[in-house]
Design a protein around this ligand. Structure first.
Ligand code: FES
Ligand SMILES: [Fe+2]
Length: 344
């Protein structure tokens, strides 16, 4: 059975993130009794909603391999478009139209995955989640205005995209005259990276930014990063005693070398500024990053730190690579294999 996704499971980045939650779409993209096909880690999935509950399954009918995403919702069931098998919300087939009096057996189940809704997005784990959806500390704080940005489609590995997000040394060059001055790049002070089984956090990293946020004014910014899953990262940026510009970045791994970057920014100042002003700057910055990340070689993140050259300012990237490598070693992929089945 094609239970395994097409992504090569021997790849380190696959093994490091298979048990993580990944943001796959906006909650609003999946309406009641509607179906949305999505792709995650080389797998076609069908996401659907009934009675408000969200379901994310492999886009695959156990009968003849048809795409469930071509089907429809009927009552509380998802109906396969080919021979009309009806699956309930737990993925169990409840009705074979060609044999209406026969009770479908336990093997006639869709391949279900875990799904959650958080922060206005739908999160899916195709393995066994080891914890909660990554934290977003500003989400419930009414002092912060929240704006979703993206999606930005990168023809690049998701881990490359996140490492770029965690890297301030590129600011003066990739984001020249926005996040840094190419003619006077900051000399970066040393900073601390705390590594725990839950992820990475840093002390503050100070940089000068000529156009530091949507206000278009120069700021001295202090970034504190955290990363609780390899494909989800966060920073809090201080630009004054009380001003905070925070960003949750979600890099959805679509294929090994394709990801979709989604952001939620949380800002506690500049109420008078428009959403368009915020999005304009985000779009500019993340499209500038795209050019770098899409052209880095090799396309996968080199997690063996000997493969590239690192400076002290790369400390967060180095620890990120080591952490990804450790997670890959820890993860058991046996959950992704299943013996062939005959029928109910
Ligand atoms: S392939 Fe789905 S019902 Fe036959
Ligand atoms: Fe960048």
């Amino acid at each position: 059975m094609p239970v395994q996704p097409t992504w090569d499971v021997s790849q380190i980045d696959y093994r490091a993130i298979v048990n993580d939650w990944h943001a796959v779409c906006l909650s609003s993209e999946v309406e009641e009794d509607k179906i949305l096909p999505i792709r995650l880690m080389g797998e076609d999935l069908v996401v659907w909603r009934h009675d408000g509950a969200i379901h994310a399954w492999k886009d695959y009918c156990r009968h003849r391999g048809a795409k469930l995403s071509l089907g429809w919702v009927k009552g509380d069931r998802l109906v396969c478009p080919y021979h009309g098998w009806e699956y309930d919300g737990q993925g169990q087939c409840r009705h074979y139209p060609a044999h209406p009096s026969r009770t479908p057996g336990p093997r006639s189940r869709a391949y279900t995955h875990k799904a959650e809704e958080r922060y206005g997005y739908i999160w899916v784990c195709i393995g066994e989640p080891k914890g909660e959806v990554p934290a977003f500390p500003n989400w419930l704080d009414d002092d912060y205005r929240k704006v979703s940005a993206g999606p930005y489609v990168y023809q690049a590995n998701a881990l490359r995209a996140i490492e770029n997000f965690l890297d301030v040394a590129h600011f003066p060059f990739v984001h020249a005259d926005l996040n840094g001055d190419p003619n006077a790049p900051d000399e970066l002070e040393t900073y601390d990276v705390n590594v725990t089984p839950e992820g990475l956090t840093t002390s503050e990293i100070k940089v000068f930014q000529p156009y530091g946020d949507h206000r278009g004014i120069p700021v001295t910014a202090k970034y504190a990063f955290s990363c609780s899953s390899p494909t989800t990262a966060y920073f809090e940026k201080k630009t004054g005693d009380t001003e905070r510009f925070c960003t949750l970045m979600m890099a959805t791994p679509v294929e090994q070398n394709k990801c979709i970057v989604r952001l939620i920014v949380a800002i506690n100042f500049g109420e008078e500024l428009t959403t368009e002003q915020i999005l304009k700057r985000q779009d500019l910055v993340f499209n500038q990053d795209r050019r770098m990340v899409e052209t880095q070689r090799p396309h996968p993140l080199p997690v063996n730190v000997r493969d590239e050259i690192h400076l002290s300012s790369d400390k967060l990237g180095v620890e990120y690579r080591r952490w990804v490598q450790r997670r890959a070693k820890d993860h058991d992929l046996s959950i992704l294999t299943e013996a062939p089945t005959v029928d109910a």
